[in-house]
Design a protein around this ligand. Sequence first.
Ligand code: FES
Length: 119
Amino acid sequence: MASTFHRAAGADQVAEGGSLGVVVAGWPVLLARVEGRLHATIDRCTHAASELSTGRIRRGAVMCPLHGARFELASGRCLGGSYPSLMVFEVREDGAGGIEVAVPDEAPGPEHLPVRPRT
Ligand code: FES
């Protein structure tokens, strides 16, 4: 699947130990920075499609805010559970204060979009 880098956020929007949910060319993306390294995964839990970007980042993993599944940010692998892995995207700083993420050139399907809680 071909992918292309797009600007996703300002580098200063993702602090050490923090995360940010963004939409990049239609794809929901979770950005996080752990020990200086940026990570980008799909912002959709593989269990029941919750957004992950409101979850806690600890020890290189994000915890789903809905039922508590944990996913390793570097690999997308579910830790201590059997849910499918998250999609992981290439991510880089652009040298001009921005973060770029490579997302597939195809538009995301409904199976890639998070279900947002009703407000
Ligand atoms: S929706 Fe993420 S653990 Fe259930």
